[in-house]
Design a protein around this ligand. Sequence first.
Ligand code: PAF
Length: 283
Amino acid sequence: MKIITSINEMQQLSLSLKREGKRVAFVPTMGFLHEGHTSLLREGRRRGDILVLSIFVNPIQFGANEDLDRYPRNLDGDCTIARECGVDLVFTPTAGEMYPPGFQTSIRVRELALPLCGASRPGHFDGVATVVTKLFNIVQPDVALFGNKDFQQLAVIRRMIADLALPVEIIGLPIVREADGLAMSSRNAYLSPDERRSALCLSRAIHIVRERYAAGERRANVLRDEALKLIAAEPAATIDYLELRDAATLEPATDASDTTLMALAVKIGTTRLIDNTLMCDER
Ligand code: PAF
């Protein structure tokens, strides 16, 4: 496994591998890898001749008062996991390499990036779309893999790929959960043992809503109220948003259907966690 920090080296290597007819699979991450990431890497290994992992904590997708400085990092641990998953190339540039002095270009996806995380983290998806476009230009992937946990991120990336005719196949993979239901996230590392227990209110809210939906409830406001009630009963939790929306357009839903998305962001203490489900989740 080769570790690369230079944009030029990564790009030249990818271009020459592709000239040899190799199919490049790519998993972009911010590191501190967990089983959510390893599911992407294993699927990427299956789909590509060459598997590239990027590890880059992207400063332009963090707001001024967010956790950029304390975002968990562990490059050695990540490289061990990457080796186990059969990664060929790890691309881990510095912020200076990605955003040298004078950098001033941004990619903005409009409507899909406005609600949910876009509303509570203004500019976040501009940062994501910009870095993903740049990473795609550097790594030149044939296929790129993302987790469904960042549902809106995936929707924004798919829209951007279609709108800009980028020649990359995008694969979304199911949320990976701990045995007790908590969705895997690098930010789970911030939780104290008590907070870790409180954080289960997110997956419990999902569970109860899916049960009510399976039992025939279709009124989006009733489903939403069930989830809100459950989370409000957890003293450590502060709701950022909890909404039912159409999974394709992210427009608010009044009547739920199988393709209605429930997405939520909840602060447990100071840690902001997100989770989501489709009413009939076969992802
Ligand atoms: O999902 C992530 O880890 C990041 O948002 C991504 C896609 C790697 C862009 O920085």
